[in-house]
Design a protein around this ligand. Structure first.
Ligand code: SF4
Ligand code: SF4
Length: 769
């Protein structure tokens, strides 16, 4: 079985401006940094990016994660970082979605670097070990001077509204000599969107420092934080705890330190050498080396290295003690590096085994998430948790990447269940349409086993939800067989993304065979209800002669990437009539308008733009009617917006940000009840003449919160003009909506918290009156 890799650590500097005495790069067994170039050069960065893109393209990967790392990556400097970032974006973005991050000690982070990261969508993680005393224990300059003030300044910068969307979280290395609650409180005070607590690297040869007293000091220390965190309502995700819980519940752990998932990560050093995970530096000198490099070896070749292959074996790859352990599903035997012992190599339990046996039962006995999708009877639905900070970020208006990720994952799970429900009635015995549907479903299920990420990407396309909801309606209409056979189009889309070259049967609808999210093949009106098509990664062709392949076009601008879908047969679920296929001149106008709007939003509302980059999958062009502004969303197509192209970019930006609020809130409402659905009360709203139900009141208020913020920013450039008037109008609408919502008896407790968060965002505008 071929191994795919979607996570990379790219070392852009091999030196550091700090001299932390617990650093595994410089202070542990592996000393290879001494022979590495100080900084990566452009040729090496380019070759590394090309290798990643090549692998993603060949394997149809839906996303690649790259962390810029060191040593200290900011030592590369502004120009060097810009070159590396632009190289990665230019080579990987055209192939797949690139989640780009940097992990830094924060000492050199400043506004110009944040501006660079904002421009290119690079999220920033910072190392901090707790309060000043805890941080000073290890994280010092070579002179002995503390790094604490500089790191706090970096974190304060990331909390500023214009950079908040870049803030990825804090990594803290545990030291049991510190007071755990003081560390927790200090880290929490920095408002990280995510926190990770790392066990200090240790092996059986070099066991963890354990002070006299308890035999399990790390379990005691982390256990106290866990107890406090649960009592506080889990104010931010803590990755180590969440990973253990996820693995125990059968979900991907998202971490090397928990669970049995195959390892999917490679490191590229500044000289272009491929290495295994950095944590192996703690085992012995040369442990992470592979002897391969980006100039001579592809990712596929590195993936065959015995060190990588050994970590694909799941339970079978664990030592006999771990295989028999009742906690292995959550623990996975601990971090690979921590299993090392001279003589038996990595075939041992973790050097932290004793503490993991105490900590894990505590963590898995507290499964209650802040919010979760309900388990539906008879359906296998993955549970999704929305951390409190992510919920509050959404309430404040934009939301952040963590929140958008949970909403997207939740949407994918819901769509998977809906598609499976449609497929559950297929038998393939009567006629060509049924056969196309049954064969398509069979192919999709097979692809899901080999390329689950590809299938997730396909089924989470917004109009897949609209299609499934249509098929599952009580009155689905007369073309139900044709509609159900659309599942073959999903299989075709997944096969295309996976790079397969196959033939399959697709239904024909008004002369077109549709591949959702990709395009449609024009086969003409004289064929039957189905046709055989050839799938290739470049497009779809007809087995029976010429046929034009119409691609669904994309916008890639300001870190946003979405389709402009003028083909999907199920896009007609919005309030207005969709336009037909755009003629080339019309497409030019759309492309110009949408690109300019995305760029404008990235400058005017970077946090909203970042959420849009994470959540917007498609824009559907609408036919312009009598009204000068038309736009809409549908609860059955979360992640898609429908817009009629207005005459100016300013208005288009406003419509996009307005509709994106609707789709975010629809996704959130699928996860958490914000209003009492049985309440039939109707309310006056200032933006419409008719009375509105409570969910529409909440939707309108939330959309206008973003629009008011947009005009607030615009009025900063023209304080006395039209922008100021519009800001005042929208702010009054939002205040009115919030007041009505809070005085009605229609909100759930979560809804009250959400509306309270909106109110706090409005109060922050007080100085603008
Ligand atoms: S900041 Fe990071 S890379 Fe630098 S010495 Fe400290 S732990 Fe090592
Ligand atoms: S708790 Fe110990 S024995 Fe059990 S899986 Fe973890 S390391 Fe292995």
């Amino acid at each position: 079985m071929s191994v795919t890799v979607s996570q990379y650590v790219l070392k852009v500097s091999s030196r550091c401006d700090l001299a932390c005495d617990h650093c595994y790069v410089f202070e542990h067994a592996d000393q290879s940094w001494r022979h590495k170039p100080r900084n990566i050069d452009t040729r090496t960065a380019r070759q590394a990016a090309w290798r990643m893109a090549e692998h993603a393209g060949e394997h149809g990967l839906s996303r690649v994660h790259v962390v810029l790392h060191g040593g200290e990556p900011l030592l590369l400097g502004y120009d060097g970082l810009r070159r590396v970032i632009e190289t990665l974006r230019s080579l990987i973005d055209p192939v797949t979605r690139l989640d780009l991050r940097i992990h830094t000690n924060g000492v050199r982070l400043d506004a110009s670097l944040c501006g660079l990261f904002s421009e290119h969508g690079v999220r920033v993680g910072i190392s901090l070990d707790g309060d000043r005393a805890a941080n000073d224990l290890h994280r010092r300059f070579a002179s002995g001077q503390s790094s604490f003030p500089q790191v706090r300044r970096a974190l304060a910068l990331l909390r500023q509204p214009e950079y908040r969307h870049l803030y990825a979280g804090i990594l803290c290395t545990v030291d049991v000599r510190n007071d755990p609650i003081a560390v927790y409180e200090a880290l929490r005070a920095e408002a990280p969107p995510r926190l990770d607590l790392l066990l200090p690297h240790a092996t059986w040869d070099h066991p963890p420092y354990r002070p006299p007293g308890s035999p399990t000091p790390y379990a005691d220390w982390l256990g106290r934080i866990h107890t406090r965190w649960v009592a506080d309502g889990r104010p931010m995700p803590i990755r180590f705890f969440d990973s253990l819980l996820a693995a125990w519940e059968g979900r991907p752990s998202g971490s090397e330190a928990a669970g049995l998932d195959p390892v999917d990560l490679l490191v590229i050093e500044t000289d272009g050498s491929w290495e295994q995970a950095d944590s192996l530096k703690t085992a012995y000198d040369g442990a992470p080396a592979t002897g391969l490099d980006v100039f001579s070896h592809s990712v596929d070749e590195v993936a065959e290295h015995p060190g990588i292959a050994a970590r694909q074996a799941g339970l079978a790859g664990r030592c006999p003690t771990c295989r028999d352990c009742e906690l292995v599903r959550a623990c996975g035997g601990g971090l690979y590096a921590h299993r090392y012992k001279s003589g038996s190599g990595f075939d041992n339990p973790s050097a932290y085994c004793a503490e993991l046996k105490v900590l894990i039962p505590q963590v898995i006995s507290h499964p209650s998430p802040v919010a979760s999708t309900p388990e539906r009877e008879g359906e296998s639905m993955v549970r999704h948790t929305l951390p409190a900070t992510a919920f509050d970020m959404l309430a404040a208006g934009p939301g952040d990447a963590a929140a958008m990720e949970v909403l997207a994952d939740s949407r994918c799970s819901v769509n998977r269940v809906l598609v499976a429900q449609v497929a559950s009635v297929l038998d393939g015995r009567n006629g060509e349409l049924q056969r196309a549907a049954a064969e398509g479903w069979e192919l999709l299920a097979a692809l899901d086993r080999q390329h689950p990420g590809v299938v997730s990407e396909v089924v989470s396309y917004p109009y897949v939800q609209a299609w499934a909801a249509h098929c599952l309606r009580e009155d689905p209409g007369e073309s139900l067989e044709l509609d159900r056979a659309h599942v073959a189009g999903l299989a075709a889309a997944a096969a295309m993304r996976a790079g397969l070259e196959i033939e399959l049967l697709l239904p024909v609808r008004e002369g077109l065979s549709h591949v959702p999210g990709a395009g449609a093949l024009e086969v003409g009106g004289n064929v039957g209800p189905v046709t055989v098509v050839r799938i290739a990664s470049s497009g779809v062709s007809s087995r029976h002669g010429p046929g034009e392949w119409r691609t669904i076009r994309r916008i890639d601008a300001a870190s946003m990437s979405f389709t402009v879908d003028d083909l999907d047969p199920f896009r007609d679920c919005h309030a207005w009539t969709p336009a037909g296929r755009l003629a080339p001149t019309d497409w030019d106008a759309w492309q110009r308008g949408l690109t300019a709007s995305c760029q404008q939003l990235a400058v005017e509302l970077p946090a909203y733009a970042a959420a849009m980059a994470a959540g917007l999958r498609s824009v559907v062009p609408m036919r312009l009617g009598a009204r000068h502004r038309q736009s809409g969303t549908s609860r059955h197509a979360v992640g898609a917006l429908a817009v009629a192209l207005p005459g100016d970019v300013e208005m288009l930006s406003e419509l996009l940000v307005h509709e994106m609020q609707h789709t975010k809130l629809a996704a959130l409402s699928d996860l958490i009840d914000l209003v009492d659905a049985s309440d039939d009360a109707r309310f006056e709203v200032p933006w419409r003449k008719d009375l509105r139900p409570v969910d529409a009141l909440l939707q309108g208020t939330y959309a206008h919160l973003a629009v008011a913020e947009l005009w607030r920013v615009r009025s900063g450039h023209a304080p006395d003009g039209r922008a100021r008037e519009l800001f005042d109008t929208y702010r009054a609408w939002v205040e009115n909506g919030i007041g009505t919502l809070l005085s009605a008896d229609s909100l759930t407790p979560a809804g009250e918290r959400f509306v309270g968060g909106m109110g706090a965002a409005v109060e922050a505008w007080a100085d603008d009156r």
